[in-house]
Ligand binder design. Structure first.
Ligand SMILES: NC(=O)c1ccc[n+]([C@@H]2O[C@H](COP(=O)([O-])OP(=O)(O)OC[C@H]3O[C@@H](n4cnc5c(N)ncnc54)[C@H](OP(=O)(O)O)[C@@H]3O)[C@@H](O)[C@H]2O)c1
Length: 507
């Protein structure tokens, strides 16, 4: 992280502040930065949503949600003085005159000047009217900086946009245009909390700070790559949202988070660590993602939905029996997809992506499977031999494991797979910070490295849209097709078995 002195005074305006994300992630992340002394000297946080709260009631509501996190009461009380609340409907332009007045008074009180970070923490249908109203109310002046000789001295306004960013290529492109009408691309932060995770950034260090991995990180040595994000919980209380137009594992997880992880894993070394240089390399990977042919979808993608099941003695009821879910829902609570990145480095290497709810284990990882040695000396033992693997655990148990063959002690020549293990927590004796604090810190610094460029979003939608279209046109009659608490539908195992491969399912 860079020097705190580079943080400018600013006001953080959270639209949708009475919601779940604010209390669960945003405020704890800002408090975490505050206690690490990584907030600007002058800052204010202003929550905006329609429900009426006084400043004190709002602070209490935030505190009550995570009292353990705020057990350092002196720090919390000092931090809470920076938090305010203003009741307004961000989709109504008539509410903005008072809102601006309040912001001005708070800016004076906290000496934050005109720098503002607008965070859209609300349902996606409110993004467009809110962005347009921010513009109509003249709450963005940053574009004027570009007429200035010394831009750095001018105030900035930045916007953070939560997921889901569109529900298909058309809606994502439209939202990008709405944003571009109001903000410069350099001030737009499309958030993906996966990119804030320590191990995703560590992946860049692993690849580009070491000489031993990069020479083998290509189609000459790698047989295939698996990227998994599995959860043990079902949809719980989010049935109505998940069963809607932006829900489902392919839209909610594969299109967004998993393709982002893939791009960091697969990109070429950037010329520098500057945001634009890293994003240039990531965009090349997005542009090289092979868009599947509609007719080929049954051969490369698998949709699943969980039925009744159990995990660790706990009963999980079927997705279709969840409140808010259509009893005949076709929604994919599991999605797997085989895809290719058509570049010199990755030609012919399949990337298998999968994500599911109510699965056997909670894990996000990347597994690189290596090709066999060119000449097999230990032919007698060939059956037992396993492919070399690099396993990168993004969460939980952050770490990197390398699996290779070793000799079993003794007079006989026996070979068995062994592991070299780097465990993040043991090594550094520290828990990785929450992704949101890393990302909020970067927005305040003006560092876009860990945020998505508009091209990445649009290419990602194009890469999955034929699958979504095919699934929409062809209802599947065997749903639910996996029991909660398992590793997903058998069709996903068949997808792998067709190429003599198998999923990496950790115990
Ligand atoms: N929750 C999570 O863990 C999570 C994770 C990743 C991404 N996200 C994304 O983050 C965003 C927020 O999620 P959330 O779970 O916090 O949603 P939420 O619980 O539905 O909260 C959004 C808030 O927006 C407010 N709101 C609605 N219409 C408004 C309007 N016209 N003007 C001002 N405020 C309005 C509502 O409060 P009032 O009724 O008081 O106005 C509501 O409390 C969504 O885009 C979501 O997809 C959430």
């Amino acid at each position: 992280m860079e020097n705190k002195d580079q943080l400018h005074p600013c006001m953080i305006v959270i639209f949708g502040a009475s919601g779940d994300l604010t209390k669960r992630k945003l405020i704890p992340a800002l408090f975490d930065l505050y206690t690490r002394k990584q907030m600007p000297e002058h800052f204010a946080v202003v929550g905006v949503s329609r429900t009426e709260f006084s400043d004190d009631d709002f602070r209490q509501k935030l505190f009550d949600f995570k009292p353990d996190n705020y057990s350092d009461s002196a720090s919390w009380n000092a931090f809470a003085k920076h938090i305010h609340y203003h009741a307004a409907d961000s989709t109504k332009i008539g509410d903005y005159a008072q809102m601006k007045q309040r912001f001005k008074a708070l800016a004076d009180e906290h000496q934050t000047g005109e720098n503002a970070l607008y965070y859209l923490s609300m349902a996606p249908q409110f993004f467009e009217p809110t962005i347009n109203n921010i513009s109509a109310a003249e709450m963005v002046t940053e574009g004027k900086r570009y007429c200035s000789l010394d831009r750095k001295q001018k105030p900035w306004q930045r916007i953070v946009v939560e997921k889901p960013f569109g529900s298909d290529p058309k809606s994502a492109t439209h939202l990008n245009s709405v944003l571009a009408n109001v903000f410069e691309e350099t001030e737009i932060y499309r958030i993906d909390h996966y990119l804030g995770k320590e191990l995703v950034q560590n992946l860049m260090v692993l690849r580009f700070a070491n000489a031993i991995f990069e020479p083998i990180w290509n189609q000459s040595y790698i047989d295939h790559v698996q990227i998994t994000a599995s959860e043990t919980v079902g949809v719980e209380s989010r049935g109505a949202y998940y069963d809607g137009p932006t829900g489902g594992a392919m839209r909610d997880m594969v299109q967004s988070h998993l393709l982002q992880v893939l791009s960091v894993m697969a990109m070429e070394p950037p010329v520098s660590l500057k945001a634009e240089d890293i994003r240039t390399e990531k965009i090349k990977i997005f542009k090289a993602m092979r868009v599947p042919k509609y007719d080929d979808v049954p051969n490369i993608a698998v949709r699943g939905q969980y039925g009744d099941g159990q995990l660790a003695g706990k009963v999980i009821k079927a997705y279709r029996d969840t409140e808010g879910v259509d009893p005949e829902s076709q929604c994919d609570t599991y999605a797997a997809m085989k895809m290719y990145v058509d570049t010199w480095r990755w030609g012919g290497v399949p990337f298998y992506l999968r994500s599911g709810k109510a699965m056997a284990k909670k894990i996000t990882n990347i597994v690189l499977y290596f090709k066999p040695t060119p000449h097999i000396l230990f032919r007698d033992m060939a059956k037992q031999r396993k492919a070399n693997q690099i396993v990168i655990n993004v969460q939980p148990d952050e770490g990197i494991r390398i699996r290779f063959e070793g000799k079993v002690p003794g007079h006989r020549l026996a070979v068995k797979d062994v592991e070299l293990d780097f465990d993040y927590v043991k090594q550094w004796n520290a828990q990785p910070p929450d992704g949101y604090s890393t990302l909020l810190y970067d927005v305040m610094l003006g560092d876009q490295t860990l945020f998505k460029h508009r091209d990445e979003i649009e290419c990602a939608w194009h890469a999955v849209q034929p699958v979504l279209d095919y699934w929409n046109d062809n209802p599947q009659f065997d749903l639910p097709n996996y029991a909660a608490g398992t590793w997903g539908p058998s069709a996903a195992d068949i997808l792998m078995a067709q190429s003599n491969r198998y999923w990496h399912n950790p115990k």
